[in-house]
Design a protein around this ligand. Structure first.
Ligand code: SF4
Ligand code: SF4
Length: 450
């Protein structure tokens, strides 16, 4: 019996090449995105990105507007945070975020008017510097889940930039259930192309790939059509069709698929001349440049056996998970497992009273039958986890090293190279919690300072 990192995807057989043939379960592909009404309050965390958290720039009792900056930081690796609603700041508190961290959170009582910040206007962009400033002002971070500030990614050092020749737009969406990115393609394809051209010009790259798994034929057709009609940009943008084998969307895997280049352990995509951006991120950037409205809403897939009406929903950032689920008809039955993100890489939530963050792309709720936790048994040394690992790691060794807090072994077996894709746990017939152990191992190594 195979299970994934969250333990409930069922029996899928033997893996014959790296990665895993996870079931797609893309039930909501044809569900057009619907807008969720603004809830009574939103809780907007000050740490929704990799890097320095923001500091609130508003006070309790202050009126705020949609798109207004409410948190910012003077650190380079950070991104401003904006209000997704109009209303009054009710409280500034510390709250547990879905990623397990505690963050200062601005709780806003909404007024239901959704008055837009009167100062918002499209940015004036005359040169490279203006564009980088605009990207920062948009509050954009990697929307595929990573949350890395986009203005930092798009502003490499002159030496690094000189070596970059390829932009890859990650539209693989290889996690089961999630269809938020495919809806972005179907509903906003021209925003995507506009964003691709802007970023290609910014980075001065001549090759751009929009990489999509072959289980999304409509999305492939749409992007191929648009790319072929654009005479102005020639054939700089190509659609790369990927096999539907998890984890095609992992950065190192997608780079290999599109360019044949291998990112060595400890190195970054830019070191092999590539920048990878999520498809929703480029589209959001294009919309910001047109309208001046920063990142204040997020499209999510809400699905799973415990959800009454699975949907793709555009939600105000800071809405609570329970409000989003309520908008989807509520729970069909008591959820035994609630996930923030997909079943392979998502985080299990202890409660639905947590806010939606910028990089979230799904909420999944499963009933007891589907979520039954698989009991761990002893490793039978079958080697499936080793065969499945796309990074050629040895998950069993890493698990052991982690359990014994063996820093030297964690280093020797390259724990930091693990991209936490969950393939090893997925294929393990003994239901070993390999990824969880590896995550702990990474923390052990980081804390050791070695
Ligand atoms: S060891 Fe890491 S990279 Fe390899 S399969 Fe497991 S989670 Fe994925
Ligand atoms: S942990 Fe052991 S039982 Fe599980 S896949 Fe790896 S070798 Fe097989």
């Amino acid at each position: 019996m195979a299970s994934n990192s969250n333990g409930f995807l069922g029996n899928l057989g033997i893996v014959r090449s790296p990665g895993a043939p996870v079931p797609h379960r893309k039930h909501t592909t044809n569900c057009e995105t619907v807008d969720m009404p603004v809830p009574a309050t939103v809780s907007i965390g000050m740490s929704q990105h990799i890097g320095a958290p923001c500091v609130p720039t508003v006070k309790v009792g202050e009126e705020v507007f949609v798109g207004q900056v409410i948190g910012d930081s003077d650190k380079f690796i950070s991104a401003p945070i904006h209000s997704s609603v109009s209303g009054k700041v009710k409280k500034i508190d510390t709250m547990l975020m879905p990623n397990g961290s505690k963050a200062q959170t601005i709780i806003i009582e909404t007024d239901g008017l959704q008055t837009v910040d009167p100062n918002l206007k499209p940015p004036v962009v005359n040169n490279h510097e203006d564009l980088i400033k605009a990207v920062r002002a948009s509050g954009l971070v990697g929307l595929g889940g990573a949350g890395f500030p986009t203005h930092v990614k798009l502003n490499p050092s002159p030496e690094a930039k000189a070596g970059i020749d390829t932009l890859i737009i990650n539209a693989a969406e290889c996690e089961p259930y999630i269809t938020a990115d495919v809806r972005e393609i179907i509903e906003n394809s021209w925003d995507i192309m506009s964003g691709v051209y802007t970023v290609s010009e910014l980075l001065e790259v001549k090759n751009a790939y929009i990489a999509i798994e072959d289980n999304k034929p409509e999305a492939i057709k749409i992007m191929e059509n648009i790319a072929s009609k654009d005479d102005e940009h020639g054939d700089t943008v190509k659609v790369k069709v990927l096999p539907s084998r998890y984890p095609q969307g992992a950065e190192k895997v997608i780079i290999d698929q599109c360019t044949g280049r291998e990112v060595p352990p400890g190195k970054l995509p830019a070191d092999v001349g590539v920048v990878v951006m999520n498809v929703a991120s480029v589209a959001t950037l294009a919309r910001f440049l047109k309208t001046g409205m920063p990142l204040v809403t997020k499209r999510l897939t809400v699905d799973g056996s415990a959800i009454k009406e699975p949907k793709n929903v555009r939600v105000p950032i800071g809405a609570l998970v329970k409000d989003v689920i309520e908008f989807c008809g509520g729970y069909k039955e008591e959820p035994a497992k609630l996930l923030y993100g997909g079943p392979m890489m998502g985080t299990a939530l202890a409660s639905d009273e947590m806010p939606i963050m910028k990089q979230n792309n799904a909420i999944l709720a499963f009933n007891r039958a589907e979520a039954q936790s698989y009991e761990e048994s002893a490793c039978i040394r079958c080697g499936r986890c080793v065969n499945a690992c796309p990074m050629s790691l040895m998950p069993t060794k890493l698990e052991q090293a982690s359990r014994f807090k063996n820093v030297e072994a964690l280093k020797e077996y390259n724990v930091m190279t693990c991209m936490e894709c969950g393939c090893c746990s997925f294929v393990c017939p003994a239901n070993r919690r390999l990824v969880q152990s590896i995550r702990v191992g990474k923390t052990v190594l980081r804390n050791s300072g070695k």
